[in-house]
Design a protein around this ligand. Sequence first.
Ligand SMILES: Cc1cc2nc3c(=O)[nH]c(=O)nc-3n(C[C@H](O)[C@H](O)[C@H](O)COP(=O)(O)O)c2cc1C
Length: 474
Amino acid sequence: MLDSLWTPTVAGKISLPHRLAMAPLTRSRATPDGVPTELNAEYYAQRASHALIITEGTQPSADGQGYVVTPGIYTDEHIAGWRKVTDAVHQAGGRIVIQLMHVGRISHPDNTPHHRQAVAPSAIKPAGQMFTGSGMQEMPQPRALSTEEIAATVDDFRRAAAAAITAGADGVEIHGANGYLIHQFLFPSTNQRTDRYGGSLDNRIRFAVEVATAVADEIGADRTGIRLSPGNPFQLGDLTEHDTHELYPHLVRALAPLDLAYLHLAHGGDEELLGTLRELWPNTLILNRAGTDIATRAKDIDNGIADVITVGSMALANPDLVERLHPSTAAAQPATPTTPPTPPDPSPRRPRQSPPSGAPAYARQGIDAERPHAYRARVLGCDPGGNVVDHGEHPVGVRASGRVRAAGDLVEQGGRRAAVLRTVTVLHRERPAGSAPSGPGRAPPHPQPRTARATGRRPPSRPDRPWSRKGRGR
Ligand SMILES: Cc1cc2nc3c(=O)[nH]c(=O)nc-3n(C[C@H](O)[C@H](O)[C@H](O)COP(=O)(O)O)c2cc1C
């Protein structure tokens, strides 16, 4: 049932032996100075069998801290502390990226080293209380960052990413979700700025894109991931999203040319938006379908909606989750892992537009099943050791089963069972003279090559994008 989970894949430069990864989980177990300890190393090493460990949110600067005893990654002591963690995970055979989390207004002066007022896009108080050394307290009103301070904050992310690599991490994940600083820039409920970081869609996504660009520039796009929580109704501080169906496609279109290792979505139930973002995102998509069981999450891989899934609470409660589930070891396990109950559906689900998420991969990629020979593809696979193997360029063909081969399909290459077709990049499409253009009932054109990295080409700049569809958002 969970076969698709156990096939190898890649996230940028990082080879993943399977597709069950660990979501970021704040543990508040660092020293008061934000230094990870042996305890953190033991905790992460225990979970090293996950395809990828995404660490707890880690502040890139003193301003970026919101909670007590969370780790930082901006001093030499932080780097030395994280080195213990990354060494322990690597020795246990795992892979680890450090999540860079700047909390913005979700903070309290009692919790930061400098005890100053929190910073945010605008001086808008978040709703709610947070834990401090003297108990629960209201989160106070932050002050608005100046335009110059925004540039300095982007640099903080850049330096923190470099520090994470120095500390031995395989990459970083930029936290752009859940109501923290990057998310606060995206919507007017938290961003009332009148400079080039507020107002229009372009302005509101600017900070997110600048941070991603700076981090990718510093450590390599293939070691950089980003997490977003589009349409998720549970946002800290009561951040409310406004033009969700316009903003997120706009943001993902702007991020796609950066060729980042992955996009990690904390999914809140808007299936239509999820499908749209899947179509727009060319590289590895990691999905956290909160509160659901493993079988439900694995279906997202079968359906091609996700390449990798993450689990939070289950990984917290079951360090050996992978061993419990993996076919080679599950039979020996005494108990099934705890699965948290599915929460009530937080938002009315809109019907997904064509093509549906369950459509075959070729249809979602806009490959016309009647003319598969009109497309060429690059096939990337993994060998049984999890190393990426480039199988070269091939015509997109009809397989013996009658199915059209496309990204996400499993293939056998050279008789090797573990080989998996990760990516088909539509390199070329030609319409025979006189043939009709795609019409109703035909799959829409594929948004863009599935991986710019594989082809060595970058997607075209935004105005020329053939896949931007008017009236898609709402
Ligand atoms: C204790 C706890 C701490 C969390 N800390 C973080 C965090 O630091 N960064 C983040 O992006 N998400 C964080 N999350 C959200 C999780 O990554 C995940 O999205 C959430 O738990 C829902 O997924 P699940 O059902 O797989 O647990 C946290 C969740 C929990 C329960």
